[in-house]
Design a protein around this ligand. Structure first.
Ligand SMILES: [Zn+2]
Length: 79
């Protein structure tokens, strides 16, 4: 995932991976399931910079590999 949402003055706004890494946003959520996410920099092991859930959720279409096929709100969804 390369995009998420960030809370700015009480509103959720789209946020790119680049912005999330550079501006070190604290309050971020997945734009699909609204679960908490974190932005990770490129690692020394070669993994690309990316955004991931703090806690995996099978009801989210991201990442596709763990999606159950039925979308649902993350149990820790941020409002
Ligand atoms: Zn999600």
């Amino acid at each position: 995932m390369t995009e998420c949402e960030v809370k700015v003055r009480g509103r959720w706004l789209p946020c790119t991976l680049y912005e999330a890494l550079v501006e070190r946003q604290e309050i971020m959520r997945c734009k699909y399931c609204h679960g908490p996410v974190q932005a990770l920099k490129e690692s020394s092991t070669g993994a690309r910079a990316h955004i991931e859930h703090l806690q995996r959720h099978s009801g989210c279409r991201f990442p596709v590999g763990t999606f159950s096929g039925v979308e649902s709100r993350h149990p820790l969804a941020r409002k």
